[in-house]
Design a protein around this ligand. Structure first.
Ligand SMILES: [Fe+2]
Length: 381
């Protein structure tokens, strides 16, 4: 028997329009019956449910690092970090997503802040996660008991269901960004979460310069024979160091200058972080990459299914997303909603550390749509 104790949320006032049936008392009576039985006819909703192309629910938006960091520091003074709240992580809330802590319908992006001597306790969850460090150092991330140092430019992915925590053994605070697929897993009711031990052990609380994960997996193209036939769905390499990323980008632009066709477009070098066990994305649901635009270079305007988030790592530039245009500099974070045209250009500025190039970290939900054969992209000529 149906449970009729819930009030029906379905409201179907008779509406007029070219695709609607002619209003009549009989139609109104039919709609009362639909409301009572919780039924909604397709003719009533089709324009919203099945538009001709994606109508992004998220808005293009920019958060300035110069606004985020002082608020994270303020939280550091006032808010304890520990069991329960788990992390001093402050999520970027897209203004058109109903006040939820989502930067896009699928992605979470937060600034996390850990003060001197503080711990963020062990837990694990099905959500895939990563850290990216735009400035500072001094925090170690523990993954399954393996302490991993975090420094400027490092990318630290952490696939589903690994135990993880953070500790800061230094006398300086540190902030970084976290990216996760929380909204996607929340919307699809696929989330699991467990608390870990209250304290880190003395053995865990060590500060090696190199993690065990890196000692095993950092040698690109050299897979430990023991694991060669066992693809792992997330990357077992838990830190991708800036020195390697920087060298790869530098070589791409140098080779382009020598006449080789190795960049994604003129003046635009890019590398994708990949899983050494299967050459795919580091995380099953999130694609991550670093882009370097030579001074004066610009990307072709493009749009893609799915949403992405950029953080400026170095340099400065102009960004256009939909009908918004911003000047960006180190640390700034912006979101590109689904099927929204965007382009980025590099401009010299006082915040450059090098040649005037613009370096950007990007994360996107692309793997979800590729796996489901829903991914599309277009580039404006
Ligand atoms: Fe976590």
């Amino acid at each position: 028997m149906p449970d009729n104790t819930l009030p029906s949320p379905v409201k179907l006032p008779v509406i007029e329009g070219p695709t609607q049936p002619a209003p009549s008392p009989e139609l109104a009576d039919l709609y009362r019956g639909f409301e009572q039985e919780m039924l909604i006819p397709l003719w009533y909703e089709i324009g919203d449910l099945m538009p001709g192309k994606p109508q992004a629910k998220a808005a293009p938006w920019l958060w300035k690092w110069s606004d985020l960091l002082p608020l994270a520091e303020q939280a550091g003074d006032i808010v304890q970090v520990g069991r329960g709240g788990e992390r001093r992580a402050i999520a970027l809330a897209n203004p058109t997503l109903g006040g939820r802590p989502y930067i896009s319908p699928t992605l979470w992006c937060a600034i996390q802040y850990l003060g001197p001597g503080e711990d963020a306790p062990y837990h694990r969850h099905t959500q895939n996660a990563f850290r990216f460090v735009v400035e500072g150092e001094g925090v170690w991330t523990l993954v399954n008991g393996d302490p991993i140092p975090m420094r400027r430019g490092d990318f630290l992915p952490q696939g589903t269901w690994n135990w993880h925590g953070h500790f800061n053994p230094t006398d300086q605070p540190m902030a970084w960004i976290d990216g996760l697929d929380i909204p996607f897993q929340y919307a699809t009711d696929s989330t699991f979460f467990e608390f870990g031990p209250e304290q880190f052990t003395d053995e865990e609380r060590t500060t090696p310069q190199q993690s065990r994960s890196e000692r095993l997996w950092q040698y690109g193209g050299l897979t430990p024979e023991k694991y060669a036939a066992q693809p792992i769905p997330f990357s077992p390499l838990f830190a991708y160091r800036w020195a390697n990323t920087d060298a790869a980008l530098t070589q791409q632009l140098a080779m382009e200058a020598e006449g080789h066709d190795v960049t994604v477009e003129p003046g635009h070098a890019a590398v994708r972080y990949t899983n050494p066990t299967n050459a795919g994305d580091v995380l099953p649901t999130i694609r991550t990459s670093i882009h370097r635009l030579r001074k004066g270079a610009a990307t072709a305007p493009r749009r893609e299914v799915g949403s992405s988030v950029f953080q400026v790592f170095d340099g400065a530039g102009k960004v256009s997303v939909g009908d918004r245009t911003w000047s960006v500099t180190r640390g700034d974070i912006f979101v590109v909603p689904s099927w929204t045209t965007f382009s980025i250009s590099s401009e010299a500025s006082a915040s450059d550390s090098d040649s005037g190039a613009l370096d950007l970290f990007r994360f996107a939900d692309t793997p979800i749509f590729e796996k489901l054969d829903l991914y599309r992209s277009e580039i404006d000529a």
